[in-house]
Every structure is written in structure tokens, then in C-alpha cells.
Design a binder for this molecule. Structure first.
Ligand SMILES: *Cc1c(COP(=O)(O)O)cnc(C)c1O
Length: 468
């Protein structure tokens, strides 16, 4: 019987169209980036409405790729949040660095699966260099193993799997063999201002809310080391570097000293704050980075790589490998293949973008990226205070919390700022007080961006006060 190949697409035609398609994609991407300084930071409501045109029934017939791209750009670009520009201060979201975006395009063309060397020797080799540079740049303990993940939450889960194995082994239980049922219960210990994602990560590894002890914190959200409970039984202490509201750092060295001799594992959430360690001027804010058993951080926040990219670092690589190693005949793997130290098997080659970010910045550029964000946050805080508004946190890092009075007024000012579109900042509640939260996390933010944003915020506050 002759074998018939379905001809809904034509390889020769797709290849012939590809060069122009990719040039067009680059042209449209540049046009998008060049609009960012002039447009509203939040997409205008009409742009979001127009997106509905993408919501058609699944097409029967193939479309011309140029038409697909044109539709996506025409509808998608105006509807995107301008977080790649200089005046987006929401959550902790950085704009992508040019070198890292360029690497992302190239890596897209390479289309490598960075699960193992047999699948992509180049992606694994580049990732190894990038992660070695990170361990060096952050001053983590020598011998620390760093892997790339999808983000801090995934990094927390990855590290906690190694933590779980280690603390249970110390109590005679091999969780990868025996499972969790019947295991000695593990106690999680966190600060009262722990990031919400840590509860989820702890739950995923089998540590439920009732098994978590919450340690009191000070006015900046720092865990009070002297208030730690006595360590009994298998315990995992989760500390943080960079509180998501205030930017404050737990006294990590002090905590390590108190709990590690009793057999507790210390895991650090350093989602964005860990990058302070890359600056000689700010490094003093973090203590104990070389003492923690594991840490989680993001590259997609303050290192300004594309989404998504997180880092997990573990001081005892053996614990991670024993908890996560896969083996199957066909995989022909080696022990240090990325899929043996992460939750994924197939994975995006994120190391290429991280390598490019770090290579393009160098040690000095990385320190400058972090330091300028902090200096610009201080500029924000000074301008807000000078106008008589109440800055709620000690601005040491890149985070500013400002109150405009009661919760309702503060919320109305935030809505007015977002509607105005000059900049974007979100809301939060800090120890009972409603606040607008400004996070300066992008290489692209300039003094002029801060001044224009500040003026817009002060205008929105004045208009809100006048109308109430
Ligand atoms: C953003 C953040 C997280 C979660 O990181 P994801 O990359 O979104 O998973 C955890 N902790 C802190 C302090 C954060 O700022």
C-alpha cells in the first residue's frame, strides 16, 4: 500500500516563507518596544476589548503564518502590559534586558531541550556556566549546586524536596522509598510575613498549615530570631531575603546559628532580594547566605531575563540528586544532567538567557542594575515624603510602601494612578495599613521615569483628595 502524507501544509512553502516571517517578527517586536515610552503603561480598555477578535472557533484550515503574526501583533501588542518599559512598578516585575531578549530569540531558533546532555550538550554546557557565575556573583557557599527552574515557587518546592529527604533521614526515614504516610511529622517554621507562595510549596511537599509554626516579626517584617521555637524533630526553617512589601531581610546568619546545630534545614526565599548580594554596597543587608542549606530566587525579576526563570541553590548537591534523580534505560543520562536536579524532565533552555544577561552585564553591570533600582526607589520615597505622604517602610532596597490616608482613599489613589497610565503600581496591606506598593526592578527605569511617575502619583492623590 502506498503511504500518503497529509498535505495540509507544505514544508517547502513554510521554509520559503520563514525568512520574511522572522524579519517581520523582529520588526514588529522593535516597533512594540519603541512605543513603550509614549503609551499608557496599562493597556487601555478598548485594547483589551479588541482581544476578543482572537477568540474564534478553532480554525479548520491552516492560515498563512504572516497573517497569524499580523493578527497577534495587531491585537496582542496594544493589549500587553508595558512591563518591559521604564515606568512599570507593579509586583516585582523587571523588564527584559536587550542581550537577554536577543538570546531568547536565538535560543528560540535553536529550540533545545535542556533536560540532559544527550539531548542538548550545548544548552547544558551554557547552563552550567551561567549557574556557576550565579554562585560566584551571589557569594554562595563553595560547592553549592544551582539549577534553573520556572520561578521561585518551583525553586522552593525543589529545595524543600531535598530538605524533606535530609531532615527525615536524620530521623531514620527514607521518604523516597517509604513515602510520607507514617513518617515522623515535619515542622515548617516561617516568619509571620513569609511570602504566600511558601505555604503552597510547603503543602506540596506534605507540610500542611497545622504543621507550620509562625515566628513573630518586627515592624519591617523581619523574623525575630530570639522568638524562634526550640527545634524538636524534623524541622525546616524558611527565612527570607527581601520581604515582598518592605524589602527587609531576615537575620539569616543568627537564625542559622540557632537552628542548624539542632538538625533543622534552613531554606531561604530570596526571590528578588538575593540580588543585593551581587552589589558590594548592598551585600551587608544579607547575612548568612553562605550558611543556608538552600535558597530560591528569580532571574525573571531583578536579573531582568525573560519569563520564566528561577534559580534553586542547594549546598549539598547529593541531597537534591538523591531526592530527584530519574533513571530509565532509554534516557542515557549522566548524574549532573539538569533533569536530575529539577522537577522537570524536558525543560526550556533558560540558561542561555541567563548566560547572556550575566555576560552582557558583567560583575559591575549587575551591581549597577541592583544599586540604581535601589537609588531610584529612594528618589521615589523622598518625593512622596516631600509632598507630605506617609512612606511606611524603611527604604533600603527597591520597595516603597506609601499610604494616602485611610484604606479607601489609598485604594482610590491607586485606581487613579493605574487609570492615568503614566506608570503602574499596585496595592497592598502592610501590617494593617493599606498602601500603594512601588517596586523598582527594571534596567529601563530612568530618573526621568521616576520624576514623571512621581508627578502622576501626586496629581492622582491631589485629585482624589479634592473629590472626597
Ligand atoms: C515573587 C516572589 C515569590 C514567588 O516567585 P515566583 O517566581 O512568582 O514563583 C516568592 N517570594 C517572594 C519574596 C517573591 O517576591
Amino acid at each position: 500500500m502506498p503511504i500518503t502524507i497529509p498535505n495540509a501544509f507544505d514544508v517547502a512553502r513554510l521554509e520559503a516563507q520563514r525568512p520574511e516571517l522572522l524579519r517581520e517578527a523582529a520588526r514588529r517586536s522593535l516597533a512594540y518596544l519603541e512605543t513603550l515610552r509614549a503609551r499608557s503603561v496599562a493597556p487601555v480598555p478598548a485594547a483589551l476589548e479588541a482581544l476578543r477578535a482572537l477568540d474564534t472557533p478553532f480554525p479548520d484550515a491552516p492560515s498563512d503564518a504572516a497573517e497569524t503574526l499580523s493578527l497577534l501583533d495587531g491585537l496582542g501588542s496594544p493589549a500587553a502590559m508595558a512591563s518591559a518599559g521604564g515606568r512599570y512598578f507593579g509586583f516585582v516585575i523587571g523588564g527584559v534586558l536587550p542581550a537577554s531578549l536577543a538570546a531568547n530569540w536565538l535560543a528560540g531558533a535553536w529550540d533545545q531541550n535542556a533536560s540532559m546532555r544527550a539531548g542538548s550538550p550545548s544548552a547544558c554546557a551554557i547552563e552550567r556556566v551561567a549557574t556557576r557565575w550565579i554562585v560566584e556573583a551571589l557569594g554562595l557557599a563553595p560547592g553549592t549546586h544551582c539549577s534553573l527552574t520556572t520561578g521561585t515557587t518551583a525553586s522552593d518546592i525543589t529545595a524543600l524536596v531535598a530538605a524533606r529527604r535530609t531532615v527525615l533521614l536524620r530521623h531514620g526515614w527514607d521518604v523516597e522509598r517509604q513515602g510520607l504516610a507514617g513518617a515522623p511529622p515535619i515542622r515548617g517554621i516561617v516568619g509571620e510575613e513569609v511570602h504566600a507562595t511558601m505555604y503552597r510549596a510547603l503543602a506540596v511537599v506534605g507540610i500542611g498549615r497545622d504543621q507550620i509554626h509562625r515566628v513573630p516579626v518586627d515592624g519591617q517584617g523581619r523574623m525575630r530570631a530570639e522568638a524562634l521555637p526550640v527545634i524538636e524533630g524534623p524541622s525546616i526553617v524558611c527565612v527570607q531575603a527581601g520581604n515582598v512589601n518592605t524589602g527587609a531581610f531576615d537575620p539569616v546568619a543568627d537564625i542559622c546559628q540557632r537552628v542548624q546545630p539542632a538538625g533543622a534545614w534552613v531554606h531561604l526565599d530570596g526571590a528578588f532580594g538575593i540580588w543585593a548580594a551581587a552589589s558590594p554596597r548592598l551585600r551587608h543587608l544579607i547575612t548568612g547566605l553562605d550558611q543556608v542549606d538552600s535558597s530560591a530566587a528569580d532571574a525573571h525579576k531583578w536579573l531582568n531575563t525573560p519569563y520564566d526563570c528561577g534559580l534553586v541553590s542547594v549546598r549539598d548537591p547529593q541531597a537534591l540528586a538523591e531526592a530527584l534523580s530519574l533513571s530509565a534505560e532509554y534516557l542515557a543520562q549522566s548524574a549532573d544532567d539538569p533533569m536530575n536536579t529539577t522537577l522537570e524532565a524536558s525543560r526550556r533552555a533558560r540558561g542561555i538567557e541567563v548566560w547572556a544577561a550575566l555576560h552582557s552585564l558583567g560583575r559591575q553591570g549587575l551591581a549597577a542594575l541592583v544599586e540604581r533600582s535601589c537609588a531610584l526607589a529612594t528618589r521615589f520615597a523622598a518625593g512622596l515624603r516631600a509632598a507630605g505622604h506617609d512612606v511606611l517602610n524603611e527604604v533600603q532596597l527597591n520597595q516603597v510602601l506609601v499610604s494616602f490616608g485611610d484604606a479607601q482613599t489609598t485604594r482610590r489613589v491607586i485606581e487613579a494612578v493605574q487609570r492615568d497610565g503614566t506608570c503602574w503600581a499596585g496595592g497592598s496591606t502592610w501590617q494593617g495599613h493599606a498602601a500603594m506598593r512601588i517596586s523598582v526592578s527594571s534596567w529601563a527605569t530612568t530618573e526621568d521615569d521616576v520624576d514623571r511617575s512621581l508627578a502622576a502619583i501626586l496629581r492622582a492623590a491631589a485629585a482624589t483628595f479634592a473629590s472626597s
